[in-house]
Design a protein around this ligand. Structure first.
Ligand code: IMP
Ligand code: MG
Length: 173
């Protein structure tokens, strides 16, 4: 399965507790309801499925696919949309759900693309934030954990497509 795991950074119970309270924060932030939760694939798939079950509002779910890292642990810098949501975005409250914010390049590009479609509001929810995103031009309104500056895998996050299924978040050796 590739490189060995160094340590568990967040275990399943810590993640569940934090995701439940994030869901409550999001529920409180949209009193009108009617939210479109847009998950960025593939990394957000487990987080998103837990998160939406903790948001107690009428909502819809769709996904985006942006080509990113490939098999390396270094950001390539170029971001390409390979699947565009079919749902109409105009006039909706959109919550973009990302697994981890690293350089912020992915989000910069996606926020520009989504902002052009005239949503009523557009916010970011990231499970993990490394706080090294000097290039990020947008606030991350909802953050699960302030992540250590290590390469993390599990709970949806991969290294060369491995480790996504782990129920915890770990760092690699
Ligand atoms: P950014 O564009 O540099 O912010 O990178 C964001 C994307 O890179 C995330 O959606 C992840 O797919 C990937 N990424 C960044 N850091 C990590 C990490 O520590 N583990 C796994 N994937 C990461
Ligand atoms: Mg990835």
């Amino acid at each position: 399965m590739g490189r060995p795991v160094r340590r568990i950074v967040y275990d399943a119970a810590q993640i569940a507790e934090r995701v439940t309270s994030l869901g409550a924060e999001i529920t409180a932030a949209y009193p009108e309801g009617d939210l479109l939760v847009l998950g960025l694939l593939k990394g957000s798939f487990i987080f998103l499925s837990d998160l939406v079950r903790s948001i107690h509002l009428p909502l819809q779910v769709d996904f985006l696919v942006a080509a990113s890292y490939g098999d390396t642990m270094v950001s390539s810098g170029s971001v390409r949309l390979v699947y565009d949501p079919e749902t109409e975005l105009e006039g909706k409250h959109i919550l973009l759900v990302e697994d981890i914010v690293d350089s912020g390049r992915t989000l910069n590009r996606l926020m520009d693309v989504l902002g052009d479609r005239k949503p009523k509001s557009l916010e970011i929810c990231a499970l993990l934030h490394k706080h090294i995103a000097a290039e990020l031009r947008h606030d991350t309104r909802f953050i699960g954990f302030d992540a250590p500056h290590e390469f993390l895998v599990g709970y949806g996050l991969d290294h060369a497509e491995n480790f996504r299924h782990l129920p915890y978040i770990a760092s690699l050796q």
